[in-house]
Design a protein around this ligand. Structure first.
Ligand code: PLP
Length: 455
């Protein structure tokens, strides 16, 4: 492609993006396609000779877009809604152009240092300790897996050389994300050694039950090593009592990991500082700017106050990657499984600068307001009931009927293509779940969602 051609197709692609972002609601949020339909529409083998970009772009619109679930649609209220604003897209475009790999400081001072700077800004805005070390991974699942590996390293320093010692135990609540269990699987602690601590009526980990489980495991000769608390659980966004959990961890010498993948973004609002009380005592903490801080996927931020443990767990430097040691030159490859490190910080920097803390905070505040408004409508309709408190921007509720009726309601609402909501199971009952979190979602979209749900 010549520079002139690139300019032409580039402008064309940007025009498409601008139009898409302005009118994502023209598309059905869930594509009306069947499994395998796209595969069947695409050639079975790749082209022998290069094709013109016109053809590729035309097929993007003709085949790919119709098979896309539109996470940028303002009616996307399933799971945790996310956003890709223009500033983030531009950051991603430029990162792709530079195509750097920040495995070592030398291989990209910009990737390494901008990541340290943006993560410092975010840490300061979030009221987290200033001496924490941070780096990005692709997802919270990867971040939490690294927390498990660090916890294992702290409890059993020989695990790196001889493999995991049997009997290490990890604790997390019944409501925590499955990534915690997966992390324990990945680092060889094993699924059978993940204790699911019971929760209270508001879906928060019970510290008394945590104590009891730890006591029981110690009596059985096992070795508790890590507790993962969640600030903003996946189903209901409940907040575990981190200060009480931190007390237990400190007393017992356990690694405390806090999973704030979704709700961590709310730490930049003073009115949500209560939810992060005690987090300053954590050994590690994950928050995903790609969930609620307007940063395009992927961008998960992992902080730890004990980077030397993470480094001890993973640093392995082959000859060809030897580099000059300098205290200001961070080599990101030393802090995890991946060698390569992409330029996630560029899009995060674009977002933090173009919105500012106030801009991001006011969007989050508005999402919370909209969710609470919806919760009020639900509470005042005798046919419906709230199924959990609404601390952030997710509302869990039920139609007062059977699980089948609730499932049917979900199907009916989603099939119209205007909104997409999801479900979960709480106290053994199927529950509907609306998550407000896309930048384009306004009061009118939430009103329309309620109209569709309640009609
Ligand atoms: N932790 C929590 C609390 C979550 O809600 C989620 C996903 O929704 C995750 C972790 C996993 O996030 P990721 O997709 O970034 O791995």
């Amino acid at each position: 492609m010549t520079p002139e051609e690139f300019r032409r197709y580039g402008y064309q692609a940007i025009d498409w993006v601008a139009d898409y972002l302005a009118h994502a609601d023209r598309y059905p949020v869930l594509p009306p396609v069947k499994p395998g339909e796209l595969t069947d529409a695409l050639p079975g083998c790749g082209p022998e000779k290069g094709e013109p970009m016109e053809a590729v772009l035309a097929d993007f619109e003709r085949l790919i877009v119709p098979a896309t679930t539109h996470w940028n649609h303002p009616g996307f209220m399933a799971y945790f809604a996310i956003s890709a604003p223009p500033a983030g897209i531009l950051g991603e475009l430029l990162a792709a152009a530079l195509n750097g790999n920040g495995m070592l400081w030398k291989t990209s001072p910009a990737i390494t240092e901008l990541e340290q700077v943006t993560l410092r800004w975010l840490r300061q805005w979030s009221g987290l300790p200033d001496d924490w070390f941070g780096l990005t991974y692709d997802t919270a699942s990867t971040s939490s897996m690294h927390a498990m590996a660090a916890a294992r390293e702290a409890a059993d320093p020989q695990s790196r050389t001889r493999g995991a010692q049997p009997g290490l135990v990890v604790y997390t609540s019944e409501q925590s994300h499955s990534s915690i269990e997966k992390g324990a699987i990945a680092v060889g602690i094993g699924q059978d050694n993940v204790r699911k601590v019971p929760v209270d009526a508001e879906f928060r980990m019970r510290p008394d039950a945590l104590e009891e489980l730890i006591e029981r495991d110690l009596a059985a000769g096992l070795k508790p090593c890590c507790v993962t608390a969640t600030v903003g659980t996946t189903s209901t966004t409940s907040v575990d009592p981190v200060p009480a959990i931190a007390d237990i961890c400190e007393l017992r010498g356990l690694w405390l990991h806090v999973d704030a993948a979704y709700a961590g973004s709310a730490a930049i609002l003073p009115e949500f500082r209560w939810a992060f009380e005690g987090c300053e005592r954590a050994d590690s903490f994950v928050t995903n700017p790609h969930k609620w801080l307007l940063t395009p996927v992927d961008c998960s931020v992992f902080y730890t106050r004990r980077p030397e443990i993470l480094r001890r767990a993973f640093s392995l430097i082959p000859e060809y990657l030897q580099t000059v040691s300098d205290p200001r030159a961070v080599n990101l490859m030393d802090y995890g499984v991946p060698l390569g490190h992409r330029f996630r910080a560029l899009k995060l920097w674009f977002i933090l600068r173009s919105f500012g803390r106030e801009g991001l905070a006011s969007m989050i505040r508005e999402h919370v307001r909209l969710a609470r408004e919806l919760a009020r409508w639900i509470e005042s309709d005798p046919r419906f009931e709230l199924a959990a408190p609404v601390p952030f921007s997710v509302v869990c509720f039920r139609y007062k009927g059977t699980d089948e009726e609730n499932r049917a309601l979900l199907e009916r609402v989603n099939s119209a293509g205007e909104i997409f909501i999801s479900g979960t199971v709480l106290n053994g009952r199927f529950t509907l779940r609306v998550a407000v979190g896309n930048q384009a979602t306004t009061a009118a979209h939430v009103e329309r969602a309620w109209e569709l749900i309640s009609s």
